[in-house]
Design a protein around this ligand. Structure first.
Ligand code: ATP
Ligand code: MG
Length: 348
């Protein structure tokens, strides 16, 4: 069965939106709205999977939800053409997640690296939600029967799991899916869209760890709300090795910090890493870092300023979210009606 092209993606309101979120996700969201219908969600239910010290408690959650929404709008997402809303306003996400909890297998979830990384050594103390995070993510996407999902590289494994869940649901209920008139597949197998030189931006302190909202060190990331001085200082202090920049891209392989900074320059100036090295290869990091800082300030400065302006107008932000939630709910409710019929739940 052919599915209509539909884009879905989300960002957690866990504070400290950073350059990785922008280049790996939000910038891609903006580009995609030119060619198709897009649903962009602030996934507040996901934020609760982490300890309260990370998501910050009720006040912070509301503040961060508005801030992510403001970032979407400041980056250029049109909330009239697309659907922008926060997840908890559309209860069908949680409802479908329960069904997917019963479709997915323990073994599948046990292999997820995000759970292992975030739970760390103290797994017994991790929330059940952190373990089942990927089934809620599958529900977020599939409750709209979305076909394409722009994400950073770290979410690739979860996308594969979403496909496995969609496939198993289609197999398990094949007979009633056909009887309900949906042919041989009710859910599409959603495709990840992971492209370009900044799909995995690394921490500025440790080139082997991804840049993350929840990293306790603020020097590990460039926040979208950082001012020019903070951006320049963080880039100047970013960890590097003592060698000059190489001229050949292959030589970046064993040098994760250098590779990361070159990737950032490439993404920000929309050229290839090879082209960056053509310009800076053989030179010192200090020169390169100054150029990178100028570039980052030029790109992020206007977005950060607009984001702060919009975030201060909470009545406007809340109206955008309410409007988006209303439109999302209609689509999600339609899917859930069919899902209930397919499974055999009696409804009035
Ligand atoms: P947290 O630490 O709370 O998980 P996060 O920084 O990973 O925060 P998310 O809200 O989980 O942010 O992810 C939002 C989007 O940003 C996802 O598509 C994710 O793949 C992408 N993303 C997150 N970190 C990076 C990164 N370092 N490089 C590129 N993309 C990223
Ligand atoms: Mg994350």
């Amino acid at each position: 069965m052919a599915f209509k092209e539909l884009v879905f993606s989300g960002v957690q309101p866990t504070g400290n939106l950073h350059l990785g979120n922008y280049l790996g996700a939000i910038e891609k969201f903006v580009a995609l709205q030119q060619r198709c219908t897009c649903i962009y969600c602030v996934v507040d239910l996901h934020a609760l999977t982490q300890p309260v010290a990370v998501w910050g408690g009720p006040r912070e959650l509301a503040r961060n939800t508005r801030e992510v929404t403001a970032a979407y709008l400041a980056a250029g997402i049109d909330p009239k053409k697309n659907i922008v809303f926060n997840q908890s306003q559309v209860h069908e996400h949680a409802e479908l997640a329960w069904i997917f909890n019963c479709v997915a297998r323990m073994g599948w979830l046990g292999r997820m690296t995000q759970f292992k990384d975030k739970a760390g050594k103290d797994r017994e103390n991790a929330s059940v939600g952190l373990f089942s995070y990927p089934t809620l993510m599958a529900a977020d996407i599939l409750v709209y029967r979305a076909t394409h999902v722009p994400v950073g590289e770290d979410q690739k494994q979860h996308l594969e799991l979403s496909r496995d869940i969609a496939q198993k649901f289609n197999n398990d209920f094949a007979e009633s899916i056909a009887a309900a008139g949906f042919g041989n597949a009710f859910f599409p197998l959603p495709e990840p869209l992971i492209q370009g030189p900044a799909t995995r931006v690394m921490s500025l302190r440790d080139g082997t760890k991804k840049m993350s909202k929840s990293d306790p060190s603020d020097y590990s990331r460039i926040n979208l709300t950082d001012d020019a001085d903070a951006i320049a200082q963080k880039i100047r202090k970013a960890k590097t090795d003592p060698e000059p920049l190489p001229s050949d891209e292959k030589a970046l392989g064993p040098r994760p910090e250098a590779d990361n900074l070159v990737g950032l320059y490439a993404a920000l100036s929309e050229i290839s890493k090879a082209a960056v090295l053509k310009q800076f290869g053989g030179g010192q990091f200090s020169t390169f870092k100054t150029a990178l800082a100028d570039l980052a300030v030029a790109k992020l400065g206007p977005i950060g300023a607009e984001m702060k302006r919009l975030a201060a107008d909470s009545a406007y932000i809340d109206s955008v979210l309410a409007d988006g939630a209303g439109r999302a709910e209609q689509l999600a409710a339609e899917t859930m009606t069919s899902v209930k019929d397919i499974i055999g739940f009696i409804r009035h």
